[in-house]
Write a protein that binds this ligand. Structure first.
Ligand SMILES: NC(=O)c1ccc[n+]([C@@H]2O[C@H](COP(=O)([O-])OP(=O)(O)OC[C@H]3O[C@@H](n4cnc5c(N)ncnc54)[C@H](O)[C@@H]3O)[C@@H](O)[C@H]2O)c1
Ligand SMILES: [Zn+2]
Length: 674
């Protein structure tokens, strides 16, 4: 290539990579795999080196991406960095050679302060969202994303939903900032997806998206976790080496992952690295490699940082799990909401210890973008990145195959499809089998009506044999209907009937979620139930009213209103009510245990707590047998004070009443009931 072409390619790569950074860091919705990204990135690094020219807007010169508006900005007390990377042992040793040269240079210039030969520590490289936590005199006062390394997004309320992050720590001498990774475990993701409106494909994006959601209750619903691995800024404490820093983290009750390996040289780590690569799929969280760091802190300080990463650490990235196979067919599946998704069948192939036969293709746009429109019967590359289902990367060679034909009619019911964005939809809600079966299955799911032992298979059987086409039909089933079914004995039939009967008194929030209102997940259903406290009221809510509620925007509000205007929905609901379905307003459990420490206590809540809403907290306290009152008096046993607590707090202090200002402590107290 001529220099001119190189120059053009370089600019092209910068443009592309910056777009990918935006999708990945800002939107938490990458459109290419990490390995594809890394390939482009490496190409850019090589070009910049060969041209001896680095443009100022190059992604190689900066950390992270643009920040979202809506969050307060937090200036990190010490900068946060990206990591240099090695993809194989050769690159790892090349990194070490650089490191040793830098140490030598330093020692020549500072003979009296000579640095020791490097020894290493190896940790997991968690694939989640970087968190920077600020503790002031022992209290968690801020939590932020990495952002551009200097300034991040303040996400304190979101981070406080992570139960393993301490809200206060024993170290109270000064200000510290610690870094870790917010993650979603794979088992939590799987459980979440069982009933999710929109299943999440990848735990990294699920965690990042949840933490950067303006609504902390959405974050809470994802049940995130975090591993802490670094003290970035410390006042009043210092460490000689990594071991001491780790000990400090543990002493302060941070969740430190037990996988930490100390080694005198890289050779010792070689077998660890290959063992880890083998084992990575057994972990319950995503990692994309290991991080190797120099143990000695003085060496870290002396060597410092490039524009982008520390010179004393390197990420060892695992080899991609890729394979080649033949694309056999693409089928189009209809989801509960009518969305049509392409699913690719490939010739069975081993990939990272599992046999792969199905791959995702996401949507029509994805097929076009990957140049797969004419790929049937040809060889394609597939990869298991950190996603649940492997994806097709593209064709292996230029060979033309058969065309993947985009459907115009629903593959299930034959209705005309409608294109919305990159997706196709079947609008035949009441006559399209997979949609109906999907709706019934969703209705019965655990987080919805919780009809025990109900599965997709049950829904299919009932649909075909008993004419159950709508959730309301479930409430018409009789023992005689069920006993006729294959694999149904008396016991099983009765059990299902009992479970259906029991579902009649589910709480309103679960019932609303069960209905499958578009764009309305569990959290929104709960908001509706808590606010309106009756089904009728929710059904009659107007858009203007709804958008006043926390976290309900115009799209969701309109979805809700038009859902309840639909005659078939109204019909279905009225049939259910007639059959005895009576959604409950979350009542307080009648028998609170007298052993509970809060039983019989008179409590006042003042100010705002980070995640617990006042209504919610009141309910929880009352459920423990406490009485929640509005004003502080001598009869008050306890005051729970959040931010902006005013005169009530002062009064409580004057009267010497016990005060709790820490949400974690409140939660702990509530929890002591089990
Ligand atoms: N698919 C895409 O479109 C896309 C776009 C941009 C970036 N990416 C991916 O992100 C990578 C680069 O991003 P980056 O700069 O965010 O991350 P990085 O790979 O440079 O690693 C730095 C991060 O590693 C994390 N980390 C996890 N465990 C750690 C530990 N034990 N010690 C220290 N740090 C630890 C930290 O959060 C730190 O911020 C790329 O290589 C690519 O794989 C993908
Ligand atoms: Zn259809």
């Amino acid at each position: 290539m001529s220099t001119n072409q190189d120059q053009q390619r370089m600019e092209q790569l910068i443009k592309e990579l910056n777009e990918h950074n935006y999708s990945y860091y800002t939107l938490d919705a990458p459109t290419i795999s990490d390995a594809e990204y890394d390939r482009l990135y490496d190409e850019l690094v090589a070009l910049e080196a060969s041209l001896g020219n680095v443009l100022p807007h190059s992604p190689t010169q900066r950390v992270g991406g643009e920040m979202l508006t809506g969050f307060a900005q937090h200036k990190h007390l010490a900068r946060l960095w990206s990591l240099d990377k090695a993809q194989n042992l050769e690159q790892l040793y090349a990194w070490e050679a650089k490191l040793k040269r830098a140490i030598q240079d330093y020692n020549t210039k500072n003979p009296s302060l000579a640095l020791p030969d490097p020894t290493y520590v190896m940790e997991l490289k968690f694939d989640g969202l970087t968190l920077n936590l600020t503790y002031e005199r022992g209290q968690l006062v801020q939590a932020a994303t990495r952002g551009n390394g200097t300034i991040g997004e303040g996400i304190l309320a979101q981070v406080k939903t992570i139960k393993s992050i301490p809200l206060s720590i024993p170290f109270t001498e000064g200000i510290i900032e610690v870094q870790g990774e917010g993650i979603m475990t794979l088992s939590t993701l799987a459980r979440y997806n069982e009933t999710a409106e929109e299943p999440l494909k990848n735990a990294r994006n699920a965690a990042a998206g949840a933490l950067r959601n303006l609504n902390p209750s959405v974050t809470a619903s994802r049940k995130l976790d975090a591993f802490i691995y670094n003290v970035g800024y410390a006042q009043g404490v210092s460490f000689a080496d990594h071991r001491q820093m780790q000990q400090f983290l543990k002493d302060n009750q941070f969740k430190v992952n037990p996988y930490v390996i100390y080694a005198d040289n890289l050779k010792e780590l070689e077998s660890e690295l290959s063992a880890l690569a083998e084992r990575r799929n057994e972990l319950d969280f995503l990692i994309d490699g290991a991080v190797i760091k120099v143990q000695d802190m003085r060496t870290r300080e002396a060597l410092g940082y490039t524009d982008k990463f520390p010179r004393w650490a390197v990420a060892f990235k695992f080899e991609a799990e890729e394979a080649e196979t033949t694309l056999l067919s693409v089928s189009w599946e209809v989801g509960r909401t009518g969305k049509i998704t392409p699913v690719a069948k490939v010739e069975a192939v081993e990939l990272a210890g599992v046999t792969v036969q199905n791959c995702t293709l996401n949507n029509m746009g994805d097929i076009e973008r990957k140049n797969l429109k004419f790929a049937l019967g040809t060889l394609v590359a597939i990869r298991r990145s950190n996603d649940v289902i492997p994806e097709i990367l593209g064709k292996v060679d230029e060979e033309q195959g058969e065309e993947i034909v985009f459907p115009t009619l629903c593959p299930a019911c034959g209705s005309e499809l409608e294109q919305r964005g990159a997706h196709l939809f079947c609008n035949n809600k009441l006559g399209c089998e997979p949609q109906m079966i999907g709706r019934i299955t969703h209705f019965a799911a655990r987080d919805a009506m919780d009809i025990e032992s109900f599965s997709v298979m049950t829904a299919e059987q009932l649909y075909h044999e008993c004419g159950v086409k709508d959730p309301a039909d479930l409430y018409r089933l009789t023992f005689d209907d069920l006993i006729k079914l294959e694999r149904f004995g008396e016991k099983k039939a009765q059990k299902l009937l009992d479970a259906i009967e029991k579902s009649k008194t589910r709480e309103l929030a679960s019932f609303l979620f069960a209905l499958g209102i578009p764009n309305t997940g569990k959290a929104t259903a709960k908001t509706l139930a808590d606010h309106y406290r009756s089904l009728d009221a929710v059904m009659n809510a107007t858009v203007d009213e709804l958008i006043e509620l926390q976290d309900i925007g115009l799209i969701v509000a309109e979805s809700i209103v038009s859902f309840f205007q639909d005659d078939s929905i109204k019909q279905s609901i009225s049939e259910m009510l007639e059959a005895g379905v009576a959604p409950q307003i979350e009542e307080l459990p009648t028998a609170a245990s007298e052993d509970h420490p809060l039983f019989g206590k008179t409590i006042v809540i003042t100010g705002t707590l980070p995640t617990l809403g006042r209504d919610e907290l009141t309910k929880k306290l009352e459920a423990c047998g406490a009485k929640v009152t509005g004003s502080v008096s001598k009869k008050t046993d306890l005051v729970i004070a959040g931010e902006k607590a005013g005169s009530k707090l002062t009064k409580a202090q004057q009267l010497g009443i016990e005060i709790i200002e820490d949400e974690a402590a409140v939660l702990q107290l509530l929890d002591s009931q089990e």
